[in-house]
Design a protein around this ligand. Structure first.
Ligand code: G4P
Length: 543
């Protein structure tokens, strides 16, 4: 299993025996990192991958930001702006665990991709800048995790720089996120005097000046003279002792059940840049982060330990490798064992789909996956057969729920320079819609397609891709619509009546579902009040 995953770290994770098991499902940790831009996600990712031996040298992930071409850096727009628009997955082994780290785009825009990625993880690491605390995007992503009860591990980063008081930071997490906090480590000094961390309740110290591999050193308690050596400024050690005593005695202790239910977050302090505290974090993930959880499908809940393979596609990415115009569907395996060469059933069409070359992804590379288990994310190359939200099984007619599509907040009508290319545009939009780049609405009155996005950046991505991949120069026109909703009702007749009386404001999405477009939120509310038997929804499950 995972023969090509080399474990290069000589020191096993201290899993306290909890996960020392050959059970492939129990070993898996599938997680994402959520943070505000600049908090240190890229740096932390790089260090985590180093622990897993997935990359050889620090700086390889960073290269992406510095516009050196890497595999995932295929898109011009990404290079231009130095941001990662695409979401990718990185698999690595550390200690007894197989980690699947799902990367989320780092730019400020709300991105549906990010949200869908969070439907495929079992836990998340929340990175906070110690000088800034909870920032807007962190909070937004946290709310998505909360909706799905995803347990959160917190890493307070940049302790080597001027940082806020740790109590104040913990208080902010607790208050703004309504989440209990339980510090696992406690910083010894901060900013220029940052000297290490104290393992609360375990009488051990990790020194900043020691090699990371040196591990922790025992102390007799917070009165140990070591703290006087580490904190040399006048009164510093005494103040720290007071703080540490309060942290040890006055704050909540870690509680596995509360954490797994998403009510409490263990907090680690460190510096990703100095590769400090990262080992504690990864050991913590191995120890307490949940293995793959059950997933809800339309007819029943699927447990990860069930023998038959099931999975859902949460992301499609085109042209990962410009030399091969391929399209990769990222599927989270939910149960059973995916074996290379097996035939799976694509439930949406009922057709078999051969899994001849499923792939695992590493920091730089990908490799054929001979087998994968619940919690793993595999890339399935295809030529447009797979869509976001698709369920694959070994025959069972179930559909996983919860890979959402959000009602767009920005709507534009496509303007095509060359009318001869209308057919090509239609095909291209179909593809882009299926990949989840934009949502495509075909107006009932036969006018030009309208595209909808949640973040404005996606409009640029669409424009660039239509030009680069299809040779279609497009522009956007304003539309008179600013909001849209999918409409549903218990009676077909009611839908028909509504559609008939709103002719030019009606469109169909890619699945043919009726969409009502309104000029303003006010006019939407007006219709909602008039049409009581119609449900107007702003989130749609992919079918
Ligand atoms: P992001 O992916 O969350 O956007 O953050 P990223 O890791 O790119 O880090 C943002 C900046 O913060 C980088 O500096 C990075 O070096 C710095 N940084 C990350 N972790 C730490 C830390 O623990 N301590 C300190 N002092 N700095 C940290 P930059 O100047 O924007 O980039 P670069 O020029 O250093 O590459």
């Amino acid at each position: 299993m995972h023969a090509m995953l080399m474990q290069t770290d000589p020191k096993p994770a201290s899993t306290d025996g909890a996960n020392k098991t050959a059970d492939p499902v129990a070993r898996r940790r599938t997680f994402a990192i959520i943070s505000h831009p600049d908090a240190g996600k890229t740096t932390l990712t790089e260090k985590l991958l180093l622990f897993g031996g997935a990359i050889q040298l620090a700086g390889e992930v960073k290269a992406k930001r510095n516009r050196v071409s890497t595999r995932s850096d295929w898109m011009g727009i990404e290079k231009e702006r130095g941001i990662s628009v695409v979401t990718s997955v990185m698999t690595f082994e550390y200690g007894d665990c197989v980690f699947n780290l799902l990367d989320t785009p780092g730019h400020e825009d709300f991105s549906e991709d990010t949200y869908r990625t969070l439907t495929a993880v079992d836990s998340a690491v929340m990175v906070i800048d110690a000088a800034k605390g909870i920032e807007a995007r962190t909070r937004k992503l946290f709310e998505v995790c909360r909706l799905r009860d995803i347990p959160i591990v917190t890493f307070v980063n940049k302790l080597d720089r001027e940082a806020r008081d740790p109590f104040e930071l913990l208080d902010e997490i607790e208050k703004t996120l309504a989440l209990d906090v339980a510090p696992v480590t406690w910083p010894i000094g901060r900013g220029r005097s940052f000297a290490g961390t104290y393992d609360l309740g375990n009488n051990r110290v990790r020194r900043l000046d020691a090699a990371d591999d040196a591990g922790t050193v025992p102390v007799s308690g917070i009165d140990d003279p070591l703290f006087d050596q580490l904190l040399t400024e006048q009164g510093e050690a005494a103040t720290w002792r007071e703080e540490a005593e309060l942290a040890e005695g006055g704050l909540k202790r870690f509680d596995l059940a509360a954490f797994r239910e998403g009510h409490l977050t263990p907090v680690f302090f460190g510096s990703a840049l100095r590769n400090f505290g990262v080992r504690d974090l990864i050991d913590g993930l191995a120890r307490v982060a949940p293995p793959p959880r059950g997933q809800d499908a339309d007819k029943r809940r699927i447990e990860p330990t069930e023998p038959k393979m099931t999975g859902f596609v949460f992301k499609i990415q085109a042209n990962m490798d410009p030399n091969h115009r391929d399209r990769i569907a990222f599927m989270r395996v939910c149960s059973g064992q995916l074996r290379r060469g097996m035939k799976a059933k694509l439930v949406r069409t009922g057709k078999p789909i051969p899994l001849t070359a499923p792939q695992f992804f590493f920091a730089q590379d990908r490799a054929i996956a001979d087998e994968a288990f619940a919690g793993d994310v595999v890339g399935i190359p295809n030529h447009g057969t797979l869509r976001i939200g698709d369920t694959l099984t070994e025959g069972e007619e179930i559909v996983f729920r919860g890979v959402p599509s959000f009602a767009p907040e920005i709507m534009r009508r496509i303007k095509l320079g060359d009318a001869m290319k209308a057919k090509k545009l239609k095909e291209a939009l179909q593809q882009m819609g299926e990949e989840g780049v934009v949502q495509v609405f075909v107006p009932q009155d036969g006018s030009q397609a309208i595209v909808g996005v949640v973040g404005a950046l996606q409009l640029d991505v669409l424009k660039e891709r239509l030009q680069a991949e299809y040779g279609l120069p497009v522009d956007y026109d304003q539309t008179r619509f600013s909001v849209c909703r999918w409409i549903e009702s218990d009676t077909e007749i009611e839908i028909d009546k509504f559609v008939e009386s709103h002719g030019s404001a009606m469109a169909k999405d890619l699945d043919g579902a009726p969409v009502f477009m309104a000029a303003t939120a006010f006019s939407l509310r007006y219709e909602q009040e008039r049409w009581e038997k119609i449900r107007f929804t702003d989130v749609k499950d992919y079918q």
